[in-house]
Design a protein around this ligand. Sequence first.
Ligand SMILES: [Zn+2]
Length: 330
Amino acid sequence: MADSPVYVCPFHRSTLKIKGGSARCPRCDASYAIENEIWILDTVHRADRLAFDEQVEASPIPLDKSKAERHMQAAGIGRLHRARILDAGCGLGDMAYGLACHPHIKSSDIYAFDHSIASVRQAMSNVGQPANGNRVYFSTQDASSLFFGDSSFDLVAGSAVLHHITDYRLFLRQIFRILKRDGVAIFSEPFFEGYFWPCFLLHLAAQELHLESLAGPEFGMADFMLKDTAYRVQNADDVAALDPLTDKHYFRAEILSSLAAELGFRGVRFQNVEPARFYDCWMPHFLDVYQIQHEPLRRKAMQLYDELRSYAGPALPAIAPHFRYIVLQK
Ligand SMILES: [Zn+2]
């Protein structure tokens, strides 16, 4: 037990060595703090990381204990033995927790990183003691320069992480590099259609009701969602415009497919996170999530969504998927 984790200088590809309580690259002598076993490897300081730190400290969210199992199933992975697994953007540690105590993951090294130090501290406490001879190593890292060696992971898993990363193309290029041959990466992320449709229908509903303004507590986050979604859709190709946002991207399957091919992945497939019946009630759920309580607006928006639902029929989950798994095969 308690072997040291292996981290690699992203500039020199040398393995960092522990020296006097910190980690050092033997080539460039850059030094990184190790704080209560968390390796502090982020060399980029960004405002959006501080937003995550504040969010974690303000409101701890209960762990989603089935997250790892659902991602394993969607990735088609039954068991992992003596494997190296990466939880990319570990947040509060749901995925790392589920991997570390999964009955079919044994004697494996699980690396979990996030750019938010407050999240990593919370994740470490949430994960607790791993089972089955698994080990979990925590670090803070920035998505733009990962401290992992080439061909070092069997599985990379991330939940709602890619859409926070401005240059997710560069990030996926690194994921390809650090995956072993035949390794798999799986991410669950928000897709364009599943947010565009409810927002567009909500916009139409507000217009039909001649609502001049959506300010006021009864409208919840309606105004924000309509403006934010339009902005993200219209600026989808403008990295500089999206960079200041915390939630930056809505994904599109055709763009990810061509990116995956360009990066060298053997294949990419997509699978809705929610079952088909979820989309019968996506609009009321959307209205609840964004605290939109104005009754006439809710009724009109749901009526328009019902029109979409009956027009699309069984194709609705394919037309308006909001969260999908992205499975990349190296
Ligand atoms: Zn170095």
